[in-house]
Write a protein that binds this ligand. Structure first.
Ligand code: SAM
Length: 392
């Protein structure tokens, strides 16, 4: 049984630890399904950070500080929520620790890749996109790309910012911009723009809308590290995301990443989800582990929980005609990627997506492309830099 699960995991990147309630995933293998000529470099994907964990003494110090300070009303709510979900997470982690074959190869999967190409800081699309130079920036595409203008050297130049770029090819396509190469997966489409332009993606007909909408907003959280990584937006801005307009008339599953902060959780439940018309909401949890299978931090450490929330709900769905399976919380376990990268969710959520097949999927605030998906954000090419890839 374990051998069969392992075989399937090596091919798909998904290991069902418990019927279907707990899954372990290798996001690199999952993303590799988007590419034909390339594959992701595990050493570029995974964070080196978890190889050297902080010392037990440091952790104890932080924990004691929190324990000594009395919790305010919001913190008490957060603690209560944590205590409710704790048994689910402990059980999920226990299931991972029982999967001995998976645990044995985990360090290899994450750390084995010797080949690690030197990576410069890369293009700062966020800064460039907001500068006066943005309208003059063009990206050169090899082939298989729509709306191209061919120049004298046979390369196809298209405006990079505020322009919908669609890869029509069934193969990976390479693109060049400012002396760097980018790998674009087949049948992907992207719009690199500020929030003000997102409405360009609303389909003319709602029957051409999206069946899966993944959203990972740049929430403000006061962390200096995050501020350096990407710009954030005040919560009220997310109320203007055209979620209903992007949804397919047969309905859409919306997957929203949120952090543990109680103030944010209150805003999302009271204001944001009603504004988007999202109903039948169920929380999933992303539990983060190190390559040795241990949690990335103490489960009970108040401000540094080793898990994040993924709220799933529906927009435009007629619940009388549709039979939805989304009733219980589930746990997704993985070793986190570097730069706070989230695991790709399409495959895990496929069974909950309403409507036609293949489903039409979009990611809002994306930093990567996926074959067959639409990606929008102010830097959707961020992780498409060729230095994140190896040739197959
Ligand atoms: N899900 C992504 C991943 O796993 O890599 C991370 C998304 S990150 C939380 C939020 C993204 O939103 C960042 O790339 C950030 O630059 C982008 N962003 C911030 N402000 C934006 C704006 N006004 N318009 C478009 N994108 C914005």
């Amino acid at each position: 049984m374990e051998a069969e699960l392992m075989k399937s995991f090596m091919e798909s990147g998904v290991y069902k630890l418990d019927e279907s309630d707990v899954v372990f995933i290798d996001p690199v293998r999952v993303l590799n399904e988007s590419y034909s000529r390339f594959r992701l470099s595990p050493s570029a994907y995974y964070s080196r950070h978890f190889a050297s964990s902080s010392t037990p003494n440091e952790k104890r110090k932080r924990k004691r500080k929190i324990k000594d300070a009395p919790l305010n009303e919001r913190e008490l709510c957060a603690e209560e929520r944590h205590q409710q979900v704790r048994p689910l997470l402990v059980n999920a982690h226990r299931k991972l620790l029982e999967a001995s074959q998976l645990l044995k190869i985990l360090p290899e999967i994450v750390e084995s890749e010797v080949e690690c190409r030197e990576r410069d800081v890369g293009c700062d699309f966020v800064e460039l996109g907001s500068s006066w130079r943005a309208p003059f920036c063009e990206i050169a595409l090899c082939n298989g790309v729509q709306n191209e203008i061919e120049n004298s050297h046979g390369r196809k130049l298209v405006p990079l910012f505020d322009n919908i770029i669609s890869v029509e090819s069934d193969d990976d396509v390479e693109a060049e911009f400012q002396n760097a190469t980018y790998v674009l997966p087949s049948r992907s489409l992207f719009l690199m723009s500020d929030l003000r332009q997102v409405r360009k993606l609303i389909p003319g007909e709602s029957a051409e809308g999206f069946n899966l909408i993944v959203i990972d907003p740049p929430w403000e959280n006061g962390s200096a590290r995050q501020k350096a990584m990407y710009p954030t937006l005040p919560n009220r801005h997310f109320m203007y995301l055209p979620v209903k307009e992007l949804a397919h008339s047969d309905g859409a599953l919306v997957a929203l990443w949120i952090t543990n902060r109680q103030k944010l959780q209150d805003f999302v439940v009271k204001d944001l989800l009603p504004a988007w018309g999202m109903s039948h909401v169920t929380p999933f949890y992303w539990l983060k582990v190190k390559p040795d299978g241990s949690l990335i931090g103490d489960l009970d450490l108040f401000h540094h929980r080793p898990y994040e929330f993924l709220l799933l709900g529906y927009v435009n769905v007629d619940f009388n005609s549709e039979c939805m399976h989304l009733k219980e919380s589930r746990v997704i376990i993985s070793v986190p990627g570097a730069y706070s990268r989230k695991p790709q969710l399409g495959k895990l959520l496929a069974e909950y997506i309403p409507g036609q097949r293949p489903s039409r999927c979009i990611e809002l605030f994306a930093r990567e492309l996926v074959a067959g998906w639409t990606s929008w954000g102010n830097e959707p090419l961020h992780f498409q830099d060729a230095t994140y890839f190896l040739e197959k």
